[in-house]
Design a binder for this molecule. Structure first.
Ligand code: HEC
Length: 138
């Protein structure tokens, strides 16, 4: 009987450990996992009038509904989401590298859609990065 109780305790403890470990692991994956190469990737589309206006047009069509017209994360769809869309005017966001932002819109995460197929031209997504830079708080 005693060894049975010990085994039961061991199983309970094991289950507890597995649960707390998996819980911890999923909390870690809540952030973006971005390969280091995106931090140093150069934006091949020079920022200028043309690319900013291209990016603005694409943003209005694909992003504004959630991210809001000035990127504050206050678009009409944002209210229906249980996660924050972030704030593109913030210092924290603006300190993200071009390549990381490119990765985020290409791959998506959770409620944030992947735009790999919706905006298939890489250079169009780079143009959006250029537009997002204009949303920095002045
Ligand atoms: C359906 C709503 C929705 C649409 C449409 C959308 N996003 Fe998002 N976006 C989100 C959400 C929600 C997050 C936060 C995701 C998370 O952290 O789980 C996010 C996060 C991001 C981030 C990371 C922000 C940060 O603070 O790190 C970037 C960059 C981004 N979106 C760019 C875009 C661009 C560019 C478009 C259009 C091409 C777009 N998003 C369209 C909902 C949306």
């Amino acid at each position: 009987m005693k060894s049975f109780q010990i085994r039961l305790m061991a199983i309970t403890l094991g289950m507890f450990l597995v649960f707390s470990f998996s819980h911890h692991a999923s909390a870690q994956t809540a952030g973006w996992t971005i390969a280091p190469k995106f931090k140093t990737m150069k934006n091949p589309v020079a920022s200028g009038k043309e690319s900013i206006s291209d990016g603005k047009e694409l943003f209005a069509k694909h992003c504004k509904s959630c991210h809001g017209s000035t990127g504050l994360g206050d678009g009409p769809k944002a209210a229906t989401l249980d996660v924050s869309c972030g704030d593109f005017s913030s210092k924290k966001f603006q300190s993200t590298a071009d390549g990381e932002i490119f990765f985020q819109m290409t791959e998506g995460k959770g409620k944030m859609p992947s735009f790999k197929k919706l905006i298939p031209e890489d250079n169009s997504r780079w143009a959006i990065v250029n537009y997002l830079r204009t949303l920095a708080a002045k």
